[in-house]
Design a binder for this molecule. Structure first.
Ligand code: ADP
Length: 328
């Protein structure tokens, strides 16, 4: 099999917490605590988990927008973890991001055409008429009209603004697009349209998506594989169908039980987890999920489970459940 486009190994990002006037270090936020995964060309990996579990920090570390505390990031065979600004520049072109809030990520004083064309200017790829034509083509690709290039962000709807962000991300011909909750701020009726657009674009261009969302229902449609995060770690990763049909980790099972079901005659499963996510400043020892897990045994309070094979292309970090189906 060919080498993965993106390979993340043992990624760790800790933030110091500072207190008081003297800003003394009072603790460490374990935002990401040893995350590994890979992503092939043309593949979509969905990264899900509750708010604060470290999804955005993984995304920003991959894009080198934050410096990882340790670990390694390889893009297309090159270790980019510690590359300086100049050496990183060509790789930046291959990695783009689409943020959750399209309004906040668009300059209100620039026309939509200038926003989409800006990367072409910054990277010295096209100017003048050439740039204009390329931008018009990008507008067409994301389902916007050419005459809308003259409009400003406030003249567009939320869904259209996200299309502008997607067009801007496409401008440099990326190989990887990180989508950080790209539809969470949109009306439900618009969400499916934007996700379908992302799927169509991937079919046409064969780039990869790292697709972040806090609920499984959103990643279900677009992902080929899904990784579930809890308190800075991946607790389960598998092909989408396998994960949905055969979830092994009690946390994944709980997330699946909370996915809304449109049919009112379907009886809802009882919630499987209690309480809130513990603070990442003081994560529980052992399995970080044991404080909310109905199956936890004494060993879970001491031993930190590693991701282990639990089926074909299926890994789970659970002492009770790797390959045994114990909690099914
Ligand atoms: P998610 O995307 O899953 O909501 P984040 O990656 O944004 O999670 O955050 C993970 C944890 O790291 C959270 O507890 C958050 O408060 C903390 N965090 C994120 N960025 C910073 C930062 N710059 N400084 C300190 N803590 C941070």
């Amino acid at each position: 099999m060919s080498e993965p486009l993106l390979e993340v190994t043992d990624l760790v990002k800790h933030y110091p917490v500072r207190n008081g006037v003297l800003r003394r270090a009072a603790g460490i936020v374990h935002a990401v605590d040893g995350v590994s995964f890979s992503l092939r060309s043309g593949e979509t990996l969905g990264l899900v988990g509750e708010s604060g579990c470290g999804k955005s920090t993984v995304a920003r570390s991959v894009l080198r927008l934050v410096e990882p505390s340790s670990g390694r990031i390889r893009l297309d065979g090159t270790d980019i973890t510690h590359l300086g600004k100049t050496a990183l520049r060509p790789h930046r072109r291959s990695m783009q991001i689409v943020f959750q809030d399209p309004f906040a990520s668009l300059n209100p004083r620039m026309t939509a055409g200038d926003i989409v064309g800006e990367p072409l200017t910054v990277h010295g790829i096209a100017t003048g008429r050439d740039r204009q034509q390329r931008v018009a083509k990008l507008f067409e690709q994301v389902g916007l009209r050419g005459d809308q290039m003259r409009n400003f962000p406030h003249q567009f709807s939320g869904g259209q603004r996200q299309r502008i962000c997607i067009a801007r991300a496409l401008a440099l011909g990326p190989r990887l697009i990180v989508c950080d909750e790209p539809v969470s701020a949109l009306d439900v009726s618009i969400q499916a349209q934007v996700i379908n657009l992302l799927i169509d674009l991937q079919r046409a261009h064969a780039f990869s998506y790292l697709f972040i969302a806090h609920d499984l229902a959103v990643v279900a449609h677009i992902s080929h594989r899904v990784a579930v995060m809890y308190l800075g770690r991946i607790v389960e990763i598998a092909d989408k169908t396998e994960l949905f049909q055969n979830p092994r980790h009690p946390y994944t099972q709980a997330l699946l039980a909370s996915v809304p079901i449109a049919d009112p005659t379907v009886r809802r499963l009882k919630p499987l987890v209690d309480g809130d996510v513990p603070s990442p400043v003081n994560p529980p020892p052992g399995c970080s999920f044991h404080t909310r897990c109905r199956y936890a045994i004494d060993r879970c309070k001491i031993e930190r489970p590693a991701l282990r094979e639990a089926g074909e292309r299926h890994q789970v970090a659970c002492l009770l459940n790797a390959g045994t189906g114990h909690t099914q």
